[in-house]
Design a protein. Structure first.
Length: 167
């Protein structure tokens, strides 16, 4: 695994299980610093959306050069990377001066939503399931998944594939 992926998995574990370690309710998904210091945005073109974060600790821009970040992979659980903490545009915030809505890490989105948009239904990206919480805690602590956890993940992924195919 590359260091940025390991950092995202490790920080995801802290964001979900040890939020008191942070001095902010909006930590960067890579380094844990105030996400405003590690500015996130979406580069959009006619056919693509490229999420970007300029992480102060790891340097560079997510998805370019040494700071590895694959948005599609970040949104999917796997045995080595169960953390799905990824960049999400807040659909309820008004666009800023650059005509884009603010972007948050998905694990921070629930807190933002509760503070700023509680009258709206919580977006699906803001909800983290119990299986993901369990797996992220294990992997984030540097341990490998147990046989039972691998079996649960395998069943979950198989069910998700079926659900994606069904109308």
């Amino acid at each position: 695994m590359c260091p940025s992926l390991e950092m995202r998995q490790h920080m995801g574990s802290h964001i979900l299980h040890n939020p008191s370690l942070f001095t902010t309710s909006n930590p960067c998904g890579f380094c844990g610093a105030e996400a405003g210091l590690c500015r996130s945005w979406l580069e959009t073109s006619a056919s693509t959306v490229k999420p970007r974060t300029k992480c102060q600790l790891l340097g560079g821009v997510a998805g370019e050069g040494a700071l590895k970040y694959n948005h599609a992979s970040a949104k999917k659980m796997s045995g080595t990377a169960p953390c799905t903490n990824h960049l999400v545009e807040c659909e309820f915030c008004a666009p800023e001066q650059n005509q884009q809505r603010p972007v948050f890490w998905s694990y921070n989105l629930s807190h933002h939503h509760n503070c700023m948009h509680s009258s709206h239904a919580k977006p699906p990206e803001a909800v983290v399931g119990e299986l993901e919480r369990e797996l992220v805690k294990t992997v984030g602590s540097g341990k490998g998944l147990t046989k039972d956890q691998k079996k649960k993940l395998s069943s979950y992924l198989a069910a998700a594939k079926v659900a994606a195919v069904l109308p």
